[in-house]
Design a protein around this ligand. Structure first.
Ligand code: CLR
Length: 420
């Protein structure tokens, strides 16, 4: 066991734990102590899907449909470390990400031997918070689309005592499309919980299971068992790939640690057919435009002042700059309401066409719940081809103090005073 970090003993952490124990609602509403605040917005998390572009595009080059489904499973498993363990590995603990505002964008690309893989991530809803993304490699003809929200319940009652315990259910899904075979893979998102809260070094553990269902009739089921009951290692998973409906007739199995290495075997012969080791797989860093060249609505530019203040540990400036963004957003929503229009999403559209999802989801007993994600969101080719920076030249992100309605600035100052 790791030592208890000194911050865990602080009074701000114990009052944070108390607020968690009595919490039931929106994640973004939690007020956390400075050292647990991340400078990264949740809209950036979409990039975790493609840390290894060659693993992402590999299925497109495989002619055999069962092997292709296995390679999709391999790619999915390879993303879990980045999605769920990278922050605690890099920063020493999980942190509370910045809560994206409506219209926030995160754009980038990966360039390597797989060619160019592009990322568009957009905050399509604020209440509830929903992020939509599209990641594609035109060379290989592979495209991943998805959107997600989180529903959190932050406490557990044992003998009438409420304990801080964070369980997070993910709402939404991802669909991988391979042009060459015109096939689709529906990916469900695992639910998770936060461990290590009491000791002050929170980290993510995955719960139960998730699925990948292909339009070619293969199902992959991934079971997450936390502290593996066989191996005793944490972050253990065990996956099987089988012809849909025939779980007993597995074709491939995959076993290992989702934050480490794993092995894929032929289920009948037990022969090893593929392996994956994050230590041995090259990571391609995402290229993002320098902040000076970014649009006002691009995440890192928009949050720059907040992020700088967090790094300095300056809580007063952090809450001032944060409130400025929030108040300005409120102002925009008020204007939209007055004028009877909705915020224009640059890359995504609320869609009625969910037949593909339903067709695949039915096979694994999944349901779509659009009320929890403010609609069902799809990448809009037409919008995307028209979207050229500056994306929101008509809607300035910040106005100068003199141009802004005075309330925006005044109430930001008030919240900054409260925090100090
Ligand atoms: C977002 C979508 C990604 C996968 C993912 C990984 C980690 C999750 C995150 C999602 C949502 C926000 C999250 C985070 C872990 C901790 C954080 C649940 C699902 C919460 C808001 C932080 C709470 C504060 C504690 C650190 C004290 O594809």
């Amino acid at each position: 066991g790791a030592e208890t970090p000194p911050q865990a003993k602080s009074s701000s952490w114990s009052s944070f734990l108390k607020s968690i124990a009595s919490f039931n609602g929106d994640l973004s509403s939690l007020t956390a102590p400075a050292w647990i605040l991340s400078t990264t917005s949740l809209v950036e998390f979409s990039s975790y899907w493609t840390e290894h572009p060659s693993v992402f595009v590999a299925p497109a080059a495989e002619k055999d449909p069962a092997k292709r489904a296995m390679l999709v499973l391999k790619w999915f498993l390879s993303t879990l470390k980045q999605q769920y363990a990278s922050r605690s590995e890099k920063l020493g603990s999980e942190k509370k990400p910045l809560n994206p505002f409506l219209g926030e964008l995160f754009l980038g690309k990966w360039e390597d031997e797989a060619g160019e893989t592009r990322l568009v991530s957009e905050q399509v809803s604020h209440h509830p918070p929903v992020t939509a993304y599209c990641i594609w490699n035109a060379n290989a003809g592979v495209r991943l689309q998805g959107y997600n929200a989180q529903k959190a319940s932050f406490s557990r009652t044992i003998n009438h005592i409420r304990l801080p315990n964070a369980s997070v259910q993910q709402i939404g899904h991802a669909i991988l499309h391979i042009d060459e075979y015109d096939e689709d893979y529906l990916i469900t998102l695992p639910s998770l919980h936060i461990e290590g809260l009491i000791s002050g070094s929170p980290y993510v553990e995955l719960n139960r299971c998730s699925y990948i269902q292909s339009s070619t009739g293969y199902t992959a089921k991934i079971d997450y068992s936390g502290k593996g009951w066989i191996s005793g290692k944490s972050n253990t998973f065990s996956a099987v790939l089988y012809p849909q409906g025939k779980e007993k007739e597995a074709i491939y199995t995959a076993d290992g640690q989702w934050n480490g290495a794993f092995v894929i075997k032929n289920a009948k012969t037990k022969e090893v057919v593929d392996t994956y080791d994050p230590e041995k797989t090259k990571v391609t860093p995402l290229t993002v435009a320098p902040i000076e060249e970014q649009d006002d609505y691009e995440s890192r530019r928009a949050w720059k002042k907040v992020a700088d203040a967090i790094i300095k540990g300056d809580m007063e400036t952090t809450s001032f700059e944060k409130s400025l963004i929030e108040n300005r957003q409120r102002e925009l929503r008020r204007l939209e309401k007055e004028e009877g229009r909705e915020w224009y999403r640059r890359f995504f559209t609320r869609t009625e066409k969910i037949s593909l999802f339903e067709k695949l989801a039915g096979k694994i007993g999944e349901q779509i719940n659009d009320s929890l994600t403010n609609g069902v969101w799809a990448f809009d080719q037409e919008k995307a081809s028209q979207a050229k920076p500056p994306f929101h030249a008509d809607v300035p992100f910040f106005k100068s103090e003199s141009e802004e309605s005075s309330e925006v600035y005044e109430s930001a100052r008030e919240s900054a005073n409260e925090s100090s």
